[in-house]
Write a protein that binds this ligand. Structure first.
Ligand code: SF4
Length: 314
């Protein structure tokens, strides 16, 4: 039997050799017993995780803390972003039992904070918004003390469909801007920079209590001034939390890595972002939008409480 390629749209793309990783990009080796327990719960419940599908370098560390990020609505994405390792193609029907399965897995893993993301479902009239809502509500009902973070697609050309997710009882709304506007046609050809910004802005307007979050990858060919512009744009959309991480090229057919940023450069970007007024900034080579999301949620709450207590100068 002929095996289908994970990325049929990339088969005829030029080969971009993969650059050797520097010594500061190393996955942490940690407690393997808990890692296998997490794996077992994921497999037993037939769940898809972005940790596996996107080949995340942090999987040993995160799963050793029982921190897995669930990817709903299947393992096949209708977009073909040039940076992403998630399979591309025609997705399957939605699984009506998925909301209950996710809720059960969150309970089994005893998660205090869960991140739920999805593939893009441009094939569905609402982009999957209603299904997302059901997953969040089911998770909330079975796990009332767990904070819930969603990392959503852009719902481009789906009208007001995004609002359904925001009607759910969630704590953090995350949508990644991914890269600078100049690189969108190459890196994220199916998306529109200003539509993503608008989604983040509208999410905050819709529910001022939630935290909004967005992330950018560096090493795709952007320059520092462009990253700073993205920070300003995100602040103007009232985004609370920015994550900045190193792009790692998944294969020779993916978008070429321009360079590895060193840890000092990530520190510098963190300082700049803090001065822009984000409530929280996570900037490091291995930062991913769901990396340390549980600890970061507490930091976000503390930062907001501090801000609310802050008295204006007389
Ligand atoms: S950083 Fe996120 S995607 Fe990567 S392993 Fe951790 S939870 Fe999974």
């Amino acid at each position: 039997m002929k095996i289908k390629p994970r990325h049929p749209e990339k088969v005829n793309k030029p080969i971009n050799p993969i650059k050797k990783k520097p010594n500061w990009i190393r996955s942490k080796i940690v407690d393997s017993k808990i890692f296998f327990e997490t794996k077992q719960i994921v497999n037993q419940n037939n769940l898809v995780t972005v940790c596996q599908e996107a080949n995340c370098p942090n999987i040993t560390e995160c799963w050793s803390k029982k921190h897995a990020t669930f990817m709903i609505m299947g393992d096949t994405c209708t977009r073909a972003c040039a940076f992403c390792d998630v399979k591309t193609g025609k997705p399957d029907e939605l699984d009506i039992f998925e909301p209950a399965k996710i809720a059960k897995a969150v309970k089994s893993l005893k998660l205090k904070h869960v991140v739920i993301t999805s593939v893009d479902r441009d094939d569905l009239p609402d982009g999957g918004s209603e299904h997302f809502y059901k997953v969040v509500q089911s998770t909330r009902n079975k796990n009332p003390d767990t904070s819930i973070e969603v990392l959503t697609p852009d719902f481009l050309r789906k009208g007001d469909a995004y609002k359904k997710i925001l009607e759910a009882d969630l704590d953090v709304f995350n949508h990644n801007i991914e890269t600078v506007p100049r690189l969108y046609t190459k890196v994220r050809p199916g998306a529109r920079y200003f539509a993503s910004l608008d989604l983040l802005k509208k999410a905050k307007e819709f529910n001022k209590k939630i935290f909004t979050k967005s992330g950018i990858m560096v090493g795709l060919g952007e320059c520092k001034e462009e990253i700073i512009q993205v920070m300003d744009d995100l602040r103007s959309a009232n985004v609370d939390f920015i994550t900045i991480g190193q792009y790692l090229q998944p294969s020779s057919k993916h978008h070429p890595l321009s360079r590895y940023y060193n840890p000092n450069e990530f520190k510098e970007l963190e300082q700049i972002a803090k001065l822009k007024g984000f409530l929280l900034v996570s900037s490091s080579p291995l930062t991913r939008s769901s990396y340390h999301a549980d600890e970061d949620f507490k930091k976000l709450q503390d930062a907001r409480n501090k801000q609310l207590k802050c008295q204006p100068l007389q």
